[in-house]
Structure formats: structure tokens, C-alpha cells
Design a protein around this ligand. Structure first.
Ligand code: NAD
Ligand code: ZN
Ligand code: ZN
Length: 329
């Protein structure tokens, strides 16, 4: 079958690879859509330290079950089910987690074998929407970690890439008034025009002052950091109000440090958020179905799988206005 492989950083090759061999409890899925994500871009650029090559990328997947023909989304995380977090239901941070397209070969190919338990069926959603669920579930999980409550609390999302866009929409569903902050005018325009967020803040123009004014001096109760930028992660400690919660969705190399007195005076809760659980996937599916999450305008670029080797570079250019690129198979 056809397959796109990343033999080493900086290149893709269209090749033939072996048909999947489904193990006990596994089903073959005919892949139809592969969402492209920051992780794929890092792997391609070679700045994802734990990546091994050659690797078949692709973890934002939808397609048809070979046995029943039903459209499905795939949960790409393989958890052990036995470690302490798994037994507590926190399968997203399993001690032995393996992610399809990251730690093992993924879905940039015609067929994959996946455990039955990692399939989600939602025939009314369509293949495009099903392939966006994983990316949006990252946002759903971050919002669930924050446990939003109170009367119309302010939520600030720093970084309005595909991940931040998921956080923004899920935070609004959870009852927050949402502020999108970014340095890229195109990303801010997307949040304003497509998502109709409550406010947008250009991070290059005195953001602290702008946010203070927007929130009437209280500052946001919930702050989500999703830039992938270490200095922005440091700056994020300045934004939550007293009793506030700061959730790091970003993943960076390096140490995050903060000053104790303000952290203490405001009694901040600081959390990380990793991947998502099945409940987050189901929440996203229900929210798309209810028209509360945007899919059509979220997908900005498309290419057939054969064109990946010559097209992928263009998706790394911010100038192309790419939000979510979708590979069709
Ligand atoms: N928690 C998880 O499990 C998980 C899963 C996938 C991705 N991630 C991480 O989430 C982060 C975001 O991913 P993405 O795909 O949306 O990335 P992206 O690069 O597409 O988006 C990041 C956005 O942040 C903006 N930005 C950069 N520096 C900024 C600053 N100083 N202030 C304000 N905005 C700034 C950029 O303009 C961009 O729009 C990455 O670190 C990624 O590794 C986490
Ligand atoms: Zn992804
Ligand atoms: Zn486990």
C-alpha cells in the first residue's frame, strides 16, 4: 500500500509499505484524512528530540472501518492500562504511553490497524470533522484541567494556533468569556472574525495593560499558554488574577521559572495538560455536532497524499496563512 515516510529530517518519500497485520482486538481502518500538526512539523524539521527515523507520521486521523464501512476517528494514544495514572482513568499521561505517528508509525498511509477500543464512530460528522477531533481534544483536555466555574469568568488563551483555537472554543463552551492573544495579526483576525471571541489582544502592544482594562482590573481567572514559546511561558505568570489558574499546554525544551512572591500572593494553581482522554474526544464530537466548534474554516489547506513530499514545505510558511492542513487519501 501507499505510504509517506519521513526517512530523515527535512524530507518525505512516497513509498510502498507492508499491509497492516491486525492483532487480536484490532480493526483495519482505511485512512481518508490526515490532519497536519505542529508535532509533524517539528519531526520534519528534526527538532523533536525523542523522534526516531525513519518514521511514518500522522496522528490526526479519520477513515472507514474496513469491516463495517463506518466512518471513524482514531484515538492515536496507546496506553498500558496498568500503571497508576491509567488505573486512575488518566490514560492521557500513562507512564508507558505510545502515540501513533510519534513513538510508532502513524497514519500517513492507506491503512492502519487500530485496537477497536480506540475508534470513535460519528457518521453524521464527516471525514474532515472527524480528522480534527484529536487536535481539538487537546484543547478540551486543557479546559477540563482548569475546571472552569464562576459567573462568566475571563479566560485568556495565549497563542492562537490550532491548539489555542481548540482551547478558546472549549473554554467558551465551559462558560468563560474568552480573550485570544497572539503576535500574528492573521491568527488574531481568525479569532475575531471566525470564532467571534470576546476580545483579541496583540501581545506586542502592552498586553498586561490591555488585559487589565478588559477585565476591569481583576485579570483573568483562567490563563492557558499555547504558544510553544519559553519566554511567553515565563510571561504567562503575570496574567492570572488572584486565585487564578494557569494551564501550560505548550511543550518546550528547558526550564520554566517564576518569582515566588506574586505566585504566592495570588495563590495561583499551575497545571500542565498532556494529550486527551476518550471523554475529551467525545466532548469535542458532541460540540461539533451542536455547532459550537468551527471545522470548515479551521481547515485552510489541502493536498492529496501523493503531493505531500512537494507540498509540506509550504505549510511551514506562516505567510501561507495555514491554520490546519489536511492530507486526503
Ligand atoms: N498539551 C499537549 O498535549 C499538546 C499537544 C499538541 C501540541 N502541543 C503544544 O502546543 C503548542 C501550540 O501548538 P500549535 O500547533 O497551536 O502551534 P503554532 O505554532 O501553530 O501556534 C502558536 C501560536 O503562538 C503564537 N505566539 C508565539 N509566540 C508568542 C508570544 N510571545 N505571545 C503570543 N503569541 C505567541 C504564534 O504566533 C502562533 O499563532 C506547541 O508548544 C505544541 O507543542 C501540546
Ligand atoms: Zn497533533
Ligand atoms: Zn499506563
Amino acid at each position: 500500500m501507499k505510504c509517506v515516510i519521513c526517512p530523515q529530517p527535512g524530507s518525505f518519500a512516497l513509498t510502498e509499505c507492508r499491509e497492516p497485520q491486525p492483532a487480536e482486538g484490532e480493526t483495519v481502518v482505511n485512512i481518508r484524512r490526515i490532519g497536519v500538526c505542529g508535532t509533524d512539523m517539528h519531526a520534519y524539521r528534526g527538532n523533536q528530540p525523542f523522534f526516531e527515523y525513519p518514521r511514518v507520521l500522522g496522528h490526526e486521523l479519520s477513515g472507514f472501518r474496513e469491516d463495517t464501512g463506518e466512518p471513524v476517528a482514531i484515538i492515536p494514544y496507546r496506553h498500558c492500562g496498568e500503571c497508576v495514572p491509567c488505573r486512575a482513568g488518566r490514560t492521557n499521561c500513562c507512564q508507558r504511553l505510545s502515540v501513533l505517528g510519534v513513538h510508532e508509525d502513524g497514519g500517513m498511509c492507506e491503512r492502519v490497524a487500530v485496537p477497536e477500543s480506540r475508534l470513535l464512530t460519528a457518521p453524521d460528522l464527516g471525514l474532515d470533522a472527524l480528522a480534527t477531533v484529536e487536535c481539538l481534544a487537546i484543547g478540551a483536555h486543557a479546559v477540563r484541567r482548569a475546571d472552569i466555574s464562576g459567573e462568566l469568568p475571563w479566560g485568556l488563551v495565549i497563542g492562537a494556533g490550532p491548539i489555542g483555537v481548540g482551547v478558546l472554543q472549549c473554554a467558551r463552551i465551559a462558560g468563560a468569556r474568552v480573550i485570544a492573544m497572539d503576535v500574528a495579526p492573521g491568527r488574531l483576525a481568525f479569532c475575531r472574525d471566525v470564532l467571534a471571541v470576546d476580545a483579541v489582544v496583540d501581545a506586542r502592544e502592552n498586553p498586561l495593560e490591555q488585559i487589565c482594562e478588559l477585565t476591569g482590573g481583576a485579570m483573568p481567572s483562567y490563563v492557558f499558554e499555547a504558544t510553544g514559546n519559553l519566554s511567553s511561558m515565563h510571561a504567562a505568570f503575570d496574567y492570572p488574577g488572584h486565585g487564578g489558574t494557569l494551564v501550560f499546554v505548550s511543550i518546550v525544551k528547558g526550564r520554566v521559572a517564576f518569582d515566588d512572591p506574586e505566585f504566592h500572593a495570588r495563590e495561583l494553581s499551575v497545571l500542565s495538560s498532556r494529550n486527551a482522554t476518550r471523554a475529551d474526544f467525545e466532548h469535542v464530537i458532541a460540540s461539533i455536532r451542536a455547532g459550537k466548534i468551527e471545522v470548515d474554516r479551521f481547515i485552510t489547506h489541502r493536498a492529496p497524499i501523493d503531493a505531500v513530499p512537494e507540498t509540506f514545505d509550504s505549510w511551514l510558511e506562516p505567510g501561507t496563512g495555514v491554520m490546519k492542513a489536511m492530507i486526503e487519501c
